[in-house]
Design a protein around this ligand. Sequence first.
Ligand code: CP
Length: 317
Amino acid sequence: MAPSAPPAAGPLRHVLSAQEFDRARLETLFADARAMEAVLAAGGDERLRGRVMATLFYEPSTRTRLSFESAMLRLGGSVISTENARDFSSAIKGETLEDTVRMVSGYADCIVLRHPEEGAAARAGRVAGVPVINAGDGPGQHPTQSLLDLYTISRELGRLDDLQVVLVGDLAHGRTVRSLAYLLAKFRDVRLTFVAPAMTRMRPDITGYLTAQGVPVRETEDLLEAVPSADVVYQTRVQRERFHDDQSWAAAAAVRERYAITPAVMARMPARSVLLHPLPRVDEIDPAVDLDPRAAYFRQARNGVAVRMALLAQVLA
Ligand code: CP
């Protein structure tokens, strides 16, 4: 994946990677998302009436697919969907992703695509006749998740500059942390700490990009040592589905407990800080943490609707 595609000028077309967003575009999107919160509170509007969004998901999803569909419906648009495209689209008969995307371009005004292969969204974008939004391409990127992550940080802490961000867990396979790292690099005085065992440490394309952008990066295996200075702790799930052999999965699972967020870890975080997770969680955040006011992951997931409403309104403008 290209480390630093330039941000597109003019209206958004495809949304394939986080690198397409510069600071100005992010600030406009977040102002629009804030306005969409008011639209939601008023019961929605009709600005996308007559427009159709297709959700084409080759991997499971709860939040991304349903929040995109909710966003489209709240703006008066319509949705066509295949929630298990691997089994219930013509992919099962051998149709290529490219041909499917060509077909769906004739049925919808934009395509929201989730696919298990890194680079699949870019492939779709090359042949699509309508905008393609990457809803996660294997271990590649998940740009719209990182948009709502950043929006949540802004809503919770009131700023996006001068942040100490601690990213924890399966950083090797976590597409959300990869996209988020690209976006955080757009802001001033952001420092990143990666907390992971050797087998799931952040891949060098991201650490290299951050270093080239002048973003201070530190790596450690010690969660308790990292959190006391954090403004943001971003926890991730160890992704069983990305481990292709039992031995490496067993090795990752054996150390998973060391990286779990528990009340004891929360006790070491600053009073004014925030705990995020893209969800779903398994056991990497103790449910005993949920009532802590700094635990923002359910608010974060909810913010996905307003952010995706703002994004759809821009893409379909
Ligand atoms: N955060 C996220 O991508 O969740 P889903 O897999 O449920 O869409």
